[in-house]
Design a binder for this molecule. Structure first.
Ligand code: AMP
Ligand code: MG
Length: 426
């Protein structure tokens, strides 16, 4: 396991006082170690949603298991098709679920239902709506089908012996169905990652406490809970810890003993005269950064060892929007890595800016935005008013973050901007 100093020495142009967002992710990819192959469990499909596969799933069978019809119609040998109408004698009906017993000879066809096995020698299905039927004579007009049409091939979805899903895949609804289609009742997944969270700061009130001058209710605890729960990790909620060395020490030690990762908010900015940073420094191997981004400039990152194990520490800033932005930009990919999952860079949407935005090159900015489709079909992004890093309502109103890249300057109306959509993430 590398120390903070060793990782820093590996990174080009590492300056803890002016890191780019990209450098932060590169650093975290070196710091965070995935769960080991041994840290797995076998779970039934209903319990596997959102879990991460710990091994490749190899198909024990082919899906579909036979060539079969994709339509209700008539199966025949496509080689007989030409430029003239083709008349064939219908010799029976094949239903889905059981093989048709007879033989279909040249000049003959077989009525077939969707999903029914294609009898040997037949490779084409003409849909019922394209043919003329007269008694047991079926006439196919020229040009309505080509040889091979409307037949699903054995194994065209999954072939026996091939990997149907790869280790590191996060199982979504489609993957659950895919596992079931192979006849497999369960999958081997990594154990759930455990993430402990607490809020810090003397001015932070827990719910239920009476309001007092200068104090604010703890909102970060709930946004972080939501963000973590959406990721499928086991959340260890540790509440609000006041700025008092003994309580901070106990909280960090308990979190490190129990969790794979610790997230805190508050107390990491430059001017802080509190004990949070001092305790992180005392208990762990921790770097204190200023990141070239807005919101979310200060952040602490490192490891804390306790009870013979090591936990990754993410000391997020205190401002509610900064917490969410740094989580999405850095913590989320780092936790995906920890969970054994393939890290999924968000797919950014391109939209036209509906307004001018001031932007200084040299930092990444995450503006809360709404993307709407205009009458002419184009996607237009606008900011949600006040972009203060404490204005949590801007996150609620927004449907995504407008990501203004590090080198980008001012944005004019109509310029293309990139948007990280919240859909499914937060
Ligand atoms: P800090 O990073 O500790 O300087 O905090 C920055 C700002 O975020 C201050 O105005 C804090 O009151 C506010 N803040 C810190 N923690 C929380 C929290 N858990 N919930 C809501 N606001 C917070
Ligand atoms: Mg503070």
């Amino acid at each position: 396991m590398k120390t903070i100093e060793q990782i820093a020495a590996e990174l080009q142009g590492y300056d803890p006082q002016a890191l780019t967002a990209q450098q932060v992710n590169e650093f975290l990819a070196r710091l965070v170690e995935p769960l080991r192959e041994t840290e797995t469990e076998t779970v039934g499909i209903f319990d596997a949603l959102g879990r991460v596969l710990a091994e490749d799933v190899i198909s024990p069978i082919s899906v579909p298991p036979h060539d079969n019809s994709a339509m209700d119609g008539f199966a025949f040998a496509g080689a007989a098709l030409g430029n003239a109408p083709l008349s064939l004698r219908n010799v029976g009906t094949a239903f889905a679920g059981k093989a048709w017993a007879g033989t279909v000879r040249p000049g003959e066809c077989l009525k077939i239902m969707t999903g029914a096995i294609m009898p040997t020698g037949l490779d084409t299905v003409v849909p019922v709506e394209f043919v003329k039927i007269d008694g047991d004579t079926v006439t196919i007009p020229p040009g309505v089908v080509k040889p091979g049409d409307n037949r699903r091939l054995l194994g065209e979805d999954l072939m026996a012996g091939n990997a149907a899903l790869r280790c590191g895949q996060t199982l979504g609804p489609a993957a659950l169905g895919l596992v079931a289609s192979l006849g497999l009742p369960s999958v081997r997944v990594f154990r759930r990652a455990k993430v402990a969270y607490f809020s810090t700061g003397d001015e932070i009130l827990s719910l239920g406490e009476a309001p007092r001058e200068g104090a604010v209710y703890d909102s970060n605890r709930y946004t972080v809970f939501g963000l973590l729960t959406r990721m499928g990790v086991e959340v260890i909620d540790m509440g609000v810890i006041p700025d008092e060395p003994a309580q901070l020490e106990a909280a960090f030690r308990s979190a490190a003993a129990r969790a794979d990762a610790i997230i805190t908010s508050g107390g990491v900015s430059m001017g802080e005269a509190d004990h949070t940073k001092a305790m992180m420094r005392q208990l762990g191997d921790v770097a204190f950064w200023r990141i070239a981004m807005r919101p979310g400039r200060p952040m602490a990152v490192g490891r804390i060892q306790e009870a013979g194990k090591s936990s990754v520490l993410f000391g997020l800033p205190g401002n509610p929007v900064a917490v969410m932005v740094t989580f999405l930009a850095f913590v989320r990919p780092a936790l995906q890595r920890l969970m054994g999952a393939e890290v999924q860079a968000p797919v950014l949407l391109q939209a036209k800016s509906g307004e001018a935005m001031r932007k200084k090159p040299g930092r990444t900015e995450y503006q809360r935005g709404t993307v709407v489709r205009e009458a002419d079909g184009s996607l237009v992004a606008r900011t949600t008013g006040n972009q203060g890093s404490g204005v949590l309502s801007s996150m609620v109103q927004a449907n995504g973050l407008i990501v203004l890249r590090h080198d980008q300057g001012n944005v004019a109306v109509g310029d293309t901007v990139e948007v990280m959509l919240f859909d499914g993430v937060i």
